[in-house]
Write a protein of this length. Sequence first.
Length: 519
Amino acid sequence: MKTDSAPERRTAQAEASADAATAPPDPRRWWVLGVISLAQFVIAIDSSVVNVMGPRLKEAIGLSTTGLQWVMNIYVLLFGGLLLLGGRLADVVGRRLVFMAGLTLFTLASLGAGLAESEGQLLAARALQGIGAAALSPASLSILVTVFPDAKERAKAFGVWGAVIGIGASIGTILGGAIVNADWRWAFWINVPVGLAIGAAAVALIKLPKPSGERPPKDLAGAVTATGGLLLLVYGIVTSSDHGWSDWRTLGSLAAAVVLLVAFVLVEGRSAAPLVPLRLFRSRSVVAGSLGEFLTAALMMPIFFLLPLWMQGVLDYSPLQTGLAYLPVSIALMVLAPAASQLIGKTGPRNMYLAGTVALAATVVMLIRMPVHSGYWSFLLPVTALFGIGLVFCLIPTPVVGTSEATDEDAGTTSALLNASTQIGAAFGIAVCVTVLNKKVASEAAAGASENVALVHGLQAAFAVLLVFLALSVLNGVFGFRRGVIGTPATQEPAPSPTTPPTATLTEPAPVARPERVG
């Protein structure tokens, strides 16, 4: 009878990682980066494109206020809840296969969203988009990790990747504003030709081999507990703004999420082939990178989500004007990202991340002092420019750090952890800020304040909450990110014996699996 012990699998995986580290780089790697970055760009756009489509969706298909919120929430719910499963599938069944499956589902769902004639049809299509994105996003990031084994080149690639996320979020608002003035359906239909082009390019360029050898046993219990726990966690967060944090639905969802996630940890500790190896949580780089993704998203998405309320509700901006107001964010990301990708090799991820946190802090301080009425040049331009600078310097180093110790064995799972942190952070940041906003607006209105004054004071209070995330971001940068620069040789450690499981290198993988260490 053939046996397949965990130590033997880990030894084989370490040897495979060593072979990958010494293999010549893929000559198509920069073209592959373009393909997967475009896929991530489409996902980022669809996370924010509906922010300015509300009034038109209500008119066109009779969308209710609750339904409008769920156009965003159901996408975030399934995207964030299924990411770990999508990442593990990429590792087990093949990254390109999962990439193509996710892309196909996302493209078809985009077609369905544009054809929707009712609230139910639109929400169903958005749900399928979220499922497709949950497969597409971690597969994309894991492909990037594996085709760029060199630390310096990987840092440059992540510079593009990080910039794409921020540009996509800001362009989504601009695109939504422009298309709403014509036909909202094209905000979804535009994904169809783009998806077809990405698919054709992926087939031609991405030649990653499928996993070979005996497949590890399926971790069904881990998949059920992880997926259920994350779905309930995100559900509890996104519905808190509707029902409040003390409502039984919110508390019940969060409590059930905690139970399932604790069960998941217990299951993974005993599984022969865990969905998420617990050793990843003992990696300082993975934890710091995931926290960085969570906190950056918790700072970024409330600003994208709430600032349009002031622009359209107080300043009377049209949807297109609202989208164009974010243009400095996109310009900052496009101009600074290439330079930041080069600079990170000299400064190290820690210094860049802390510089970005300082820029975001300056942005938040300005938003806390938001006037009731203001001109674009005197307020919005400096706010959005600082915001873009902060995003560049936070979005680029976090995936560099988070995946710095990833091997071929767990690239998809590590990527999924980072992506899940982003989605949960975005949902949590928006939910907390919306809760504070609603309470403050209600109290201001009860005190006799005008509608505009009540809204501005509510926004000021909501943005003040972001100071907590900023403080945590500073702590994460100081204590989580290592000192040093990209490309510094790793400390030489003895390689594990071929017959000995590498248990001594759980928090610091052996150099054969990680030829270069990221600061």
